[in-house]
Design a protein around this ligand. Structure first.
Ligand code: HEC
Length: 221
């Protein structure tokens, strides 16, 4: 029997079509399962969880504090941190003075009031970090002070970075003490204490005992 050519080509066409559809479906499922698709779309999203924070001394030191960039733009973060007249930090920037507090620069437009900085209070131990509190204008540190309120005087020129002379209300602890806390960060393994650090840590302990600074650093001892 003679099968019309048009019938053969239609059947073949349908088969090829269904195989193509099948392959496309498998590919889409695989991409969706292994997350190949979303990676590109979300590449500028600053994703932050407890894995984003680790040993403070593995970050890059700038004067007396440490910086990092979760999106890999270390050059941008360092350029801002070292700008003599101040500059806006790029998205992904992480800034830390002590192991238990961090500021992370979120995507542009996330929270205009804080210049897109998200404030974090961390709990740290040998196992790593956990996030005790996070947010924008309403995060307080352990001694009840509000991160944003204290940092806001430095907002305009210095993008909320206080350091010693950017107009913020000073902290009750000095750089000898913040340095000693950095060098005894429990997430780093053995402490790398320098001369004078033990004394600084004893002073801190006394300040806590006498209520000059209460709960703030308690977890570190
Ligand atoms: C009493 C006011 C005050 C409070 C409350 C406060 N800070 Fe600060 N913070 C400062 C000052 C002042 C400095 C600069 C200290 C220095 O280097 O001499 C600083 C430094 C820092 C730094 C290092 C970069 C910089 O700005 O110099 C980070 C990061 C930081 N604070 C995060 C936080 C977070 C997160 C919170 C809340 C959980 C917080 N701070 C609460 C006043 C405060």
């Amino acid at each position: 029997m003679k099968i019309p050519t048009v019938f053969i080509s239609t059947t073949l066409g349908a088969k090829i079509f269904s195989i193509t559809t099948f392959i496309t479906r498998i590919t889409i499922t695989a991409f969706a399962t292994f997350g190949v698709f979303p990676t590109y779309a979300a590449s500028n999203e600053v994703k932050i969880d407890e894995q984003s924070f680790s040993c403070i001394r593995d970050m890059t030191p700038v004067r007396h504090f440490y910086v990092d960039n979760l999106l890999g733009d270390m050059e941008g973060t360092l350029t801002s941190a070292n700008a003599p007249q101040g500059a806006v930090y790029p998205a992904g920037s992480v800034v830390q003075l002590v192991p238990t507090e961090a500021m992370v620069k979120r995507e542009a437009g996330t929270f205009p009031a804080t210049g897109d900085w998200e404030f974090f209070e961390l709990t740290v131990d040998e196992q790593g970090s956990s996030i005790a509190k996070r947010g924008f204008v309403d995060v307080n540190n352990r001694f009840g002070g509000n991160c944003f309120t204290c940092h806001v005087p430095a907002a305009k020129k210095w993008d909320f970075i206080c350091e010693s002379d950017h107009g913020c209300e000073p902290l009750p602890i000095d750089h000898k003490m913040t340095g000693a806390l950095q060098r005894s960060d429990p997430r780093c393994g053995d402490a790398a204490l320098e001369s004078g650090d033990t004394l600084a840590l004893v002073k801190l302990k006394l300040m806590i005992t006498f209520g000059i600074i209460n709960k703030w650093f308690e977890d570190l001892f």
